[in-house]
Write a protein that binds this ligand. Sequence first.
Ligand SMILES: [Zn+2]
Length: 267
Amino acid sequence: MRKLIQTINPDKKYQNYLTKWESYIKGVTHYSKRVDVAKEKWASRRQTKTLKHVCLKLEEMCSGNRRCCYCEDSVADEVEHIKPKSLFPELTFTWSNYLYACGSCNINKNNKYALFIAGVLTSIISSTVPPNPGHDVFINPRQDDPMSFLDLDLGQTIEDGTFWYLPKHGLSPRGIDYQRADYTINTLGLNRDFLVEGRRNAALDFKARLYEYRQEKPNLSPQKLAQFQQDFQQHTYPSVWAHMKAQHQSIPVLNNFFQQFPEIHSW
Ligand SMILES: [Zn+2]
């Protein structure tokens, strides 16, 4: 999971529809009625040109071939409400509350949401009254940088990594950032077996490409150089490469590559 590009927005015409629909839902006074109206309007507007346009714009934030913005593995085909519409109905048509996710991540997250209320992690359960004010626990990749909260275990050589996401080294288990990391990993199931395996394969692929780059560098044409760079930047698992870059100094084999070829820092 990585922070998503913030400069992508719907075209004005469609944003105007979203704003209008958002205002309509905010205008429903009673909370439980607001939840019902939001669900009904969402169901009836999913096939509109506006929501189809939203999907195209969300697709621009995805890595690889439209991969899920949470797991980076499976195809993204569902508009995910980061703050669930069943708890925050007024955000049902809010652009900044959307990302493109796969069905598995969407099912895992479902309506789960938690807030720090008076400093205590509190699960928010659907009720007839709006949630009490609090700070979000779930790491929101539209606004937070997951790299600030999560470490990816790459081991000492890549081959010996577990490829599990863990709360970032050094965070105190009682601290808010550690709890946010832990909650997000568990809520999305980021350490599911096939995701771990996918991240391992990606890291080994990045490493093999670095060896290939070293071998070919002396005779590399500008086109081939651009191809190498593009392969890294458009890979399905951008966060694996981001963690390899962030941790290269503690992994000797990677450190050698980064010292020898400083240009790869910007890949
Ligand atoms: Zn996913």
